[in-house]
Design a protein around this ligand. Sequence first.
Ligand code: KG4
Ligand code: ZN
Length: 339
Amino acid sequence: MIVLGIETSCDETAVAVVSDGRHILSNVVASQIAVHHPYGGVVPELASRKHIEWIIPVFERAIADSGIGLDELGAVAVTSGPGLIGSLLVGLSFAKAFAYARKLPFVGVNHLEGHIGAIFLTPDPPPYPFIALLVSGGHTNLYYVTGPTSLELLGQTRDDAAGEAFDKVAKMLGLGYPGGVVIDRMAREGDPERIRFPRAFLDTGSFDFSFSGLKTAVGRYIKKMGIDRDTDIRHIAAGFQEAVVDVLVKKTIFAAQEKACERIVLVGGVASNSRLRERIRTESEFAGISVYIPDPILCTDNAAMIASVGYHHLLGGERSPLDLDAFSKDRRLRGSEDL
Ligand code: KG4
Ligand code: ZN
């Protein structure tokens, strides 16, 4: 079955065409980074307006790139949350209207489940079960995944998400928005051991995360020591990144060991961080655990991952009603709960 995927939960207008939940026929992502850059973060009202402007051209491009005709589409999958309500509603309304007009089944997909589903678009996806670390601008969640729609939430951030911490520290260092990718680049020329920033909850046996103390520590360091030279920024970026990566890698491997699970999946925007990719690979190998990470284009927000997860829901007979609503926060409680 060929599924049309639509994703507008934040600042990317994305449409994709995916066959059988595995093969990407097209994957178009229109990023609004330039729109929000002057404001140092995503402005929700501007994001919704851009989605309205771009959704139809992005859809037309996705269909043209896929090389298929509209009548070959078998279903529509769309992100219904979590995310910015105004943004979500644009994709959701488009998906409903399109599905209704073409008499296609349609299904709402959880954005977080979508990020994990990105791993099934890679050439060598893992078998179940696996531990998934989802690290994005809005979430830092650790899951035990036993099936396409069965996720047990083991831990999450108690304050800032990892990507949010990257973005805020980048702002403090005057590196602009979004900051993750810039910190990643600067840190390559810095010494990760020169400045040691705090690591939260590392020794407690908890799977929860906290990054706001680290962010404050970086702010205090900058205030006290100042940034005199370009190399200072590189050392601060490297020290900060190392603290985040240290906690993410250790807790994820610890979760795999606790669950006696031999596979780790790394997804979400921060999974494109080069130091995180490198360290989780080396340290997991040492612990006898295999690591699976999608290409960076599938780590950040895209609609192919939504089409892939939607396909599995549709295959299980699930359909969403045409009055399906968007939601802003993840409704899942800690522990095991099928979506
Ligand atoms: O998954 P995503 O595209 O959107 C959300 O659902 O939030 O993640 C965006 C986040 C941003 O905070 C961005 O700074 C971060 O991912 N990010 C990175 C890197 N590339 C993107 N963080 C660290 N290193 C990177 N290379
Ligand atoms: Zn995301």
